[in-house]
Design a protein around this ligand. Structure first.
Ligand code: ATP
Ligand code: MG
Length: 507
């Protein structure tokens, strides 16, 4: 079934029985990973399995408690990220690390700006190199603009460009595609393959198995901080990998149950925001899940933010159950029963140093308050229900959210909004970064909520998710709705076509 890590020639990167604890939390018990040169190696495991912790040890951000760490056969010990970089390791972290005030170019060259012969920063050379990188990745981002305000996808692309520009021998990508859709992913994969063919070693962490199987040649599974198996990708299958990750079979991934579709609850009429989206019209009815598909940058998240009132818009009306939602007033939208699970959960959804308990109940504090008193017992009781429903992996409810694994932070944000018991739920990338076991749980939950009459607008870049979950699919392209497809009409072809072609019907 599984093969022991190969020892043919010195591996580019080798970790053996690595352990790492944070106080009482054991993140890694015995993690092993052997990555050969000329290889793209997948590292998979459930949320909280320890993948990012292992990456951060390789990056020099954390130091291991015990175990071996070798590069090309030589034992190494990094006490800083600079040492890891100098040894030829580049890392794309799961959480973007850009400095908002610096320009895109400055971010890419952070800490290593080239200087000219007068000792001044060589801006011309930086510009040239960035142009080369962007051409290779087919990126159209202004290199002089500040990083502030970039979409998650653009931030991720810049992280990728930054990592590639380091010309490293080992490139580790911790969920680099989480915010990207089809076209961008293909571009990244083409670059990854050419880096592999140049003899480099790549590690690819992802919860998207179609990508893992399309890109990687070898796959290592981790569970609960331990090494489980390493296989060549041809000799294994998705169900086999999932079984090892989760420890059980995960059956139906997209179980949208038929629900009774009722009255329109969310109505969006003629919504317009100059340069961002134009004349957007749609409704979502009670019991219905409407998928909003499209390429990254099509304007989907912007519409969600405008409806909820985080952003303004120029013209148009948003109604919930017939009542007009005032502009730029999220509190009013919430009291009308609207909830938005945003795309950028870390920035918009969480207070990183609050406890799991407080974070989960953040939006329902008023309801939990009795006689002006909010007891931690009430908070914990409410939080416990959601934490267990979404399988948030944490030692205790008073754990600080910022120390949870990426996927578990996502779950806390989901819990926070589901706890408000909304009438309309707008959910932007519901399962981004969430592992396969919990993914089906999130889908089951959405389906169940729709069954109870909730109207759901689901923005998703994952086609199987859209096709599996949505009763109706809206497709956006460059700020306009280009298609509305019934469940029967929606296929990957019809959705992709509408996402990439202008419509003849819509203005
Ligand atoms: N700085 C920290 N302090 C305390 N606990 C931590 C810290 N970093 C990680 N952990 C814990 O270590 C465990 C492993 O987390 P890690 O981020 O490595 O998981 P992961 O496999 O990357 O998961 P995901 O798929 O959700 O990104 C988790 O239980 C997490 O809460
Ligand atoms: Mg992680």
């Amino acid at each position: 079934m599984s093969i022991t890590p190969s020892t043919v020639g010195p591996a580019a990167l080798e970790l053996r029985n690595v352990a790492k604890s944070f106080g009482a939390v054991v993140a890694l018990k015995s993690a092993s990973l052997t990555v050969q040169m000329n290889s793209i190696h997948a590292l998979v495991g459930e949320n909280g399995a320890g993948k990012s912790t292992l990456v951060k040890i390789v990056a020099g951000l954390y130091q291991r408690d015990s175990g071996d760490f070798l590069l090309r056969g030589e034992e190494v010990d990094f006490s800083s990220t600079a040492e890891s970089k100098a040894a030829g390791i580049a890392v794309i972290y799961q959480e973007p690390t850009l400095f908002p005030d610096l320009s895109v170019t400055e971010n890419i060259f952070m800490g290593r700006q080239p200087t000219n012969r007068f000792g001044k920063i060589d801006r011309k050379r930086m510009r040239r190199e960035v142009q080369g990188l962007f051409a290779r990745l087919d990126v159209r981002i202004n290199p002089d603009r500040p990083a502030e305000g970039l979409s998650i996808a653009d931030q991720q692309i810049i992280e990728i460009a930054k990592a590639i520009s380091l010309d490293a021998r080992v490139l580790i990508m911790d969920e680099p595609t989480a915010a990207l859709s089809g076209v961008e992913v293909e571009r990244l994969f083409a670059v990854a393959r050419s880096l592999r063919d140049e003899g480099r070693a790549l590690v690819f962490i992802s919860h998207r198995f179609d990508e893992v199987f399309a890109l990687c040649d070898t796959i290592t599974v981790m569970r609960d901080g331990e090494y489980i198996s390493t296989d060549s990708i041809e000799s294994t299958t998705v169900p086999e990998i999932v079984r090892r990750m989760v420890g059980r079979d995960v059956a139906d991934l997209f179980p949208k149950q038929p629900a009774e579709i009722g009255e329109p609850v969310l109505e969006v009429v003629g919504l317009n925001s100059a340069g961002i989206f134009h004349d957007v019209n749609f409704t979502v009815r009670a019991g219905e899940i409407v998928g909003l598909a499209g390429l990254v940058g099509a304007g989907r998240s912007e519409i969600a933010r405008a409806i909820f009132g985080v952003d303004n818009y120029d013209a148009g009306t948003v109604r919930i159950a017939g009542t007009t939602v005032p502009r730029r007033n999220p509190a009013a939208a919430m009291s009308l029963g609207l909830a938005l699970v945003p795309e950028d959960r870390r920035k918009q959804g969480l207070v990183i140093d609050a406890t799991v308990s407080r974070s989960t109940t953040m939006a329902i504090q008023k309801q939990l308050t009795k006689f002006g008193l909010l007891t931690s017992r009430a908070e914990n009781a409410a939080a416990r229900i959601w934490a267990s429903r979404l399988e948030v992996k944490t030692n205790a409810l008073d754990t600080v959210v910022g120390t949870l694994s990426g996927g578990n932070q996502q779950k806390v944000v989901l819990a926070k909004w589901l706890a408000t018991n909304p009438r309309v739920l707008i959910i932007d990338e519901p399962t981004r970064g969430i592992d396969v076991g919990t993914k089906s749980e999130v889908h089951r939950l959405l389906s169940e909520l729709a069954g109870k009459g909730l109207a759901i607008l689901m923005i998703s870049s994952e086609l199987p998710e859209v096709l599996g979950m949505a009763d109706r699919v809206l497709v956006m392209r460059e700020g306009r709705l280009t298609a509305e497809l019934s469940r029967a009409e929606a296929t990957s072809e019809t959705v992709m076509y509408a996402a990439t072609h202008a419509s003849e019907h819509h203005s």
